[in-house]
Design a binder for this molecule. Structure first.
Ligand SMILES: [Zn+2]
Length: 200
């Protein structure tokens, strides 16, 4: 576009692809960065590179971490007998904020979605099956949506082969709503009022 240096346009087009950021906000970010000191820009760039280089997935629960195993898996005060299965790491962070759960987690890394070509093998389901020894209850804390319900159904059928109580969150989470956008009190109520999925 005439009158806009290419450096601005380039940064703008990078940020406009970020979730929740439109073209106008992307331009404001580009100008904001332009006004920063060079040192600050280097710090921002370094934080982004570190984000990619230092953060990995816990080999036990698949949550994002800088240590192996992650802090949640390494915490001996947490209850090994209850596992909360979630779609992604943002759900772990949301549930931890609600302070309603003291067991351990398992992050699937997505949901079964045949339309998007995502099948059970693309998710951390094998690693879930390998950690059932001490587990007495599995809470399937997955958002109610077509993909969420498909995944919950798949998991509950698979888990029924094991002598484990399987529960899901109580209603109260908006249908299609994300756990990460659900307020802490609602999440705490959904965990406390969890419902057993009958073992037919
Ligand atoms: Zn872990």
């Amino acid at each position: 576009m005439a009158g806009i240096p290419e450096g601005i346009t380039r940064v703008e087009s990078i940020f406009s692809k970020f979730p929740g950021i439109g073209r106008k906000s992307a331009r404001r970010i580009a100008f904001y960065l332009l006004n920063k000191d060079r040192d600050e820009i280097i710090q921002i760039a370094k934080a982004l590179v570190d984000l990619k280089d230092k953060i990995t997935h816990c080999p036990v629960c698949n949550h994002i971490t800088e240590h192996i195993p992650c802090d949640l898996c390494a915490n001996t005060k947490r209850d090994d007998s209850i596992l909360c299965v979630v779609e992604d790491s943002m759900d772990v962070i949301a549930l931890e904020k609600s302070v309603s759960f003291r067991g351990k987690y398992h992050v699937l890394g997505g949901l079964i979605s045949p339309l998007d070509g995502v099948g059970p093998d693309d998710l951390a389901i094998d690693s879930l099956m390998q950690r059932l020894d001490k587990v007495k209850e599995i809470i399937i804390a997955i958002n109610p949506s077509v993909e969420g319900d498909t995944t919950t159904f798949y998991l509950s059928r698979l888990l029924k082969k094991h002598p484990i109580k399987i529960t899901r969150l109580a209603r109260g989470i908006p249908v299609g709503g994300d756990l990460e956008y659900t307020d802490e009190a609602t999440l705490a109520r959904a965990i406390e009022g969890r419902i057993e999925i009958p073992n037919e």
